[in-house]
Design a protein around this ligand. Structure first.
Ligand code: COA
Ligand code: MG
Length: 290
């Protein structure tokens, strides 16, 4: 599965911003038809997104389109327009039921067949950002093999449950943690909430690193200035890689000597820490042998 450390939204009706996409070094560009677009410009955004997907070269970035929610009355035509541009993936917001995933899955499969594209090649990413979506996470996360990632939407979720957002984000902690847990249970990536104060790089870095510690594999961003800090926060640094390597080497020695748990720098090391070390290397795109 491809890396999605920073997922950048670009409002679908804003051609100037869309044309910037190829120059921005984001893992993932998401052309938005939903909340980044005024109600009066939804149809225009649909056309602009479809044309951009067809005509623009996004370089190494993944090309995603976010449609309007399944219950909005706009989703059917949004999805058809997105698919006409052959996106790498489709993002469905405000997913609340497994049926929302099944609906998109069937439309995408039909488009793949009609165009002769490889079956299962267009990815599906679900946003969970309502109380009902969180309660139904187990069905949503397992709804389709096409599903590759879950996105947590903190602002919508807070609005839905009547919480007031704070920088520490404890009011959304249960949901934020539930999303990453269900994603892991189903082998999906987990993409963390937006940091809306886009001029505050220190705050963004702290929140991105906290998300990475929770198990998130990436984060949504809304401004080009957020990309580098977020991608760095979801990439293990040299110290973390060196530590993981040292731990795996010590484990190999102790295993050869017949020891399971062992001590390193006065700390007990056993299988869970070994697994975590392997995960660090995997995130860095390395294996224990590299
Ligand atoms: N994608 C691509 N380019 C962007 C961008 C984005 N999301 N946000 C800003 N830029 C560009 C601007 O166009 C500007 O370039 P320009 O001067 O050549 O026009 C440059 O980056 C600096 O932008 P800045 O002036 O600091 O911000 P702004 O006032 O133009 O835009 C926002 C601020 C918040 C409106 C804008 O970042 C945005 O639209 N973000 C995405 C919102 C969204 O999609 N929300 C829904 C998902 S949560
Ligand atoms: Mg939202």
């Amino acid at each position: 599965m491809r890396q999605r450390r920073a997922l950048l939204y670009i409002p679908g009706a804003d051609e100037r911003k869309i044309r910037k996409a190829p120059t921005l070094d984001a893992d993932c560009i998401c052309l938005d038809m939903e909340d980044g677009v005024a109600a009066s410009r939804k149809v225009e955004a649909r056309t602009t997104v479809a044309a951009a997907l067809r005509e623009l070269d996004f370089g190494r970035a993944e090309r995603l389109a976010r449609i309007n929610p399944p219950a909005s009355g706009l989703a059917e035509e949004d999805l058809a327009a997105a698919l006409a541009g052959r996106p790498d993936g489709v993002v469905i917001p405000k997913v609340e039921h497994a049926a929302d995933i099944a609906w998109a899955d069937a439309r995408i499969a039909a488009a793949e067949q009609a165009h002769g594209w490889p079956a299962g090649g267009v990815a599906l990413i679900a946003m969970v950002e309502t109380a009902l979506g969180i309660v139904n996470l187990a069905q949503i996360a397992g709804a389709s093999p096409r599903l590759q990632a879950l996105i947590f939407g903190a602002e919508d979720f807070a609005g839905d449950i009547g919480a007031i957002r704070t920088p520490a984000a404890w009011e959304v902690f249960y949901a934020r943690s539930a999303v990453v847990t269900h994603a892991a249970a189903c082998g999906l990536q987990a993409i963390d909430m937006v940091y809306i104060d886009y001029r505050d790089t220190a705050g963004l870095t702290a929140e991105a690193e906290a998300g990475a510690r929770l198990g998130y594999t990436g984060k949504q961003v809304i401004h080009p200035a957020q990309i580098a800090a977020v991608q760095a926060a979801f990439t293990p640094d040299a110290a973390a890689i060196a530590h993981a390597r040292r731990l795996l080497a010590a484990m190999a020695e102790h295993q050869a000597a017949g020891a399971g748990a062992f001590s390193l720098d006065g700390k007990m090391i056993d299988m869970p820490l070994i697994k975590a070390a392997r995960r660090v290397l995997a995130r860095a795109g390395l294996s224990a042998e590299d």
